[in-house]
Design a protein. Structure first.
Ligand SMILES: Nc1ncnc2c1ncn2[C@@H]1O[C@H](COP(=O)(O)OP(=O)(O)OP(=O)(O)O)[C@@H](O)[C@H]1O
Ligand SMILES: O=P(O)(O)OC[C@H]1O[C@H](OP(=O)(O)OP(=O)(O)O)[C@H](O)[C@@H]1O
Ligand SMILES: O=C(O)c1cccnc1
Length: 489
């Protein structure tokens, strides 16, 4: 049985090692050393050419609610060996860091900082787990949704995933992420209530199974609803489902809005074409064909290629579980730390060049052409640099520096916005519809080469010369340090 606490909080939604480290920091007296951490992912999800950032809304709520409640402290007293003095410190803890983040709905790419947390070391450490938890999931679903949106054109997309989602939170927040990514409506009624997302629903096979008869089931539904979409595949789509839907629609006339029929099995290309003929011949050219059944961007694209006559797509499992790539793999790394009163940039080395982190507190700039706003790439600088001061930019690949270009007549938009300043919320939250529109507009500025579903071009995420030199110098320093260790053995 789950224990119930009237003062339960999300503050303990963290890994035990974060609290263990905080205890060490506190006991060593370094808990307030100034630190900078950044969130980034290393590999594009779904081999996509872009990703859509989502999760900020929930992170804001989480950070605002951060405090160790009485029952949190009592639990830690029982479950850990923490001293009373340390528990007292936790009891008085208030988040006082600064958080900068990419806006929800914006495009993001691998190896760029999408969230930056700056402030006391302990504060930065405490929130790592929850931040990654939220961003890893929501960004994945918004991206998957956007990929599905990219193949449907002007058709409608309905989110049907709640029953298959990895639990209730995932269903709810996944629905919101899907809406940001381009879905038009959801079947989840609570998501409609909480987020103001349009809700939509047809009916299930159970209704038809109850009557054991398409006609009676559709008639019952039609006499109790104005908007009607009949599920026609329970027994035989072409011989019973659609003819009975047409019969009921004719009998009911203006009393109902006959929106269409839904098919949920069989060869959906073949069946949808025959269903379209039947509806047209019966005088219902505006009734639309809805389809559902394990759909994703690949199946939908394939059905469209086969000339399927489907205009509304219901997508569940493969969207809400990010079926073909269930983890984004975003990480949270320290990039700068106060040492002897000065900030020291830090690195995590690896034999794999792509896994070497980029040290220093940074900003990302989206570089676009002044003439038409089209994207040139993202440009990562140290935080105090401002490329808007320059007439032209030298952009080069951070690993293959011979791939380079000079960009002039450009605009540079800083992507990391300040959300919390020294613990205080300073960000005006946009509405969900504003986020959705912003996302669509951002995508419009991206060249098609980065948007295609299969083997997209790699979008440039480049380092400024200073950022690059800083990285190289630190790598050199660390190598020298490691070599000295070897010699002293
Ligand atoms: N013409 C088509 N081309 C490609 N894929 C299709 C086509 N028609 C349907 N599909 C997809 O093929 C899969 C078929 O699923 P499945 O094998 O479960 O068959 P089904 O028709 O759903 O059978 P059942 O009656 O048991 O539900 C689904 O993912 C569906 O979206
Ligand atoms: O296939 P998905 O993309 O996950 O979409 C959601 C599925 O959920 C429903 O099926 P289910 O068998 O759960 O219920 P039903 O009795 O209404 O068919 C619906 O008919 C879809 O097939
Ligand atoms: O409204 C629907 O048709 C629906 C909702 C959830 C899951 N499958 C279908």
């Amino acid at each position: 049985m789950v224990k119930k606490f009237p003062d339960d909080s999300l503050t303990l939604h963290t890994d035990a090692y974060q609290l263990n480290m905080i205890q060490t920091y506190w006991q060593e007296g370094i808990q307030n050393k100034h630190a900078v951490f950044e969130v980034f992912f290393r590999k594009m999800p779904f081999d996509s050419g872009y990703a859509i950032f989502a999760g900020l809304e929930r992170i804001i709520d989480y950070v605002q609610g951060l405090h160790f409640s009485k029952s949190d402290i009592e639990y830690l007293r029982e479950a850990t060996g923490y001293t009373e003095e340390f528990l007292k410190y936790l009891e008085n803890f208030h988040f006082s860091g600064t958080i900068r983040s990419v806006s929800e709905g914006d495009l993001v790419f691998n190896n760029e900082p999408i969230i930056q947390v700056e402030g006391p070391l302990a504060d930065c450490q405490l929130i790592e787990t929850a931040l990654l938890n939220v961003v890893n999931y929501q960004t994945l679903i918004a991206t998957k949704a956007s990929r599905i949106k990219s193949v449907v054109g002007s058709d409608k997309l309905l989110e049907f995933g709640t029953r298959r989602a990895q639990e209730m939170d995932a269903a709810l927040w996944g629905t919101r992420a899907a809406y940001i990514g381009g879905f038009d409506a959801t079947s989840n009624v609570r998501a409609g209530k909480l987020f103001n997302i349009p809700i939509s629903g047809t009916h299930a096979h159970a209704l038809v199974q109850y009557y054991m008869n398409d006609y009676e089931a559709f008639k019952a539904y039609a006499t109790t609803h104005r908007d009607c979409v009949f599920l026609v595949d329970t027994f035989d789509t072409l011989r019973s489902g659609v003819p009975n839907a047409i019969r009921v629609a004719k009998e009911m006339g203006d009393k109902i809005n006959f929106l269409g029929v839904r098919i949920d099995s069989g060869d959906m290309a073949y069946i949808s074409k025959r269903v379209r003929e039947q509806l047209d011949e019966a005088g219902f050219p505006d009734a639309k064909i809805y389809a559902s059944n394990d759909l994703d961007e690949k199946t939908i694209q394939n059905l469209k290629m086969q000339g399927a006559k489907i205009e509304v797509w219901g997508v569940g499992t493969k969207l809400i579980t990010a079926y073909d790539q269930p983890a984004l793999g975003a990480v949270y790394k320290m990039v700068s730390i106060e040492r002897d009163g000065k900030m020291l940039d830090t690195i995590k080395l690896s034999n794999n060049a792509e896994k070497v982190s980029t040290p220093g507190k940074k900003q990302i700039w989206r570089i676009t052409r002044k003439s038409d706003g089209k994207s040139e790439g993202d440009y990562i600088t140290l935080f105090d640099e401002d490329p808007r001061k320059d007439d032209s930019l030298y952009m080069f690949h951070p690993n293959f520096t011979y791939i380079n270009k000079i960009v002039s007549d450009f605009e540079a938009r800083p992507l990391l916005q300040t959300i919390f300043e020294d613990g205080k919320l300073v960000y005006d939250r946009p509405s969900l519809d504003e986020i959705k529109h912003f996302s669509r507009n951002s995508l419009d500025l991206l060249w098609d080469e980065y948007k295609r579903d299969l083997n997209p071009q790699e979008y440039p995420v480049d380092l400024s010369q200073r950022c690059y030199d800083n990285k190289m110098n630190i790598i050199k320093e660390v190598r020298e340090y490691v070599n000295e260790l070897k010699f002293s053995e």
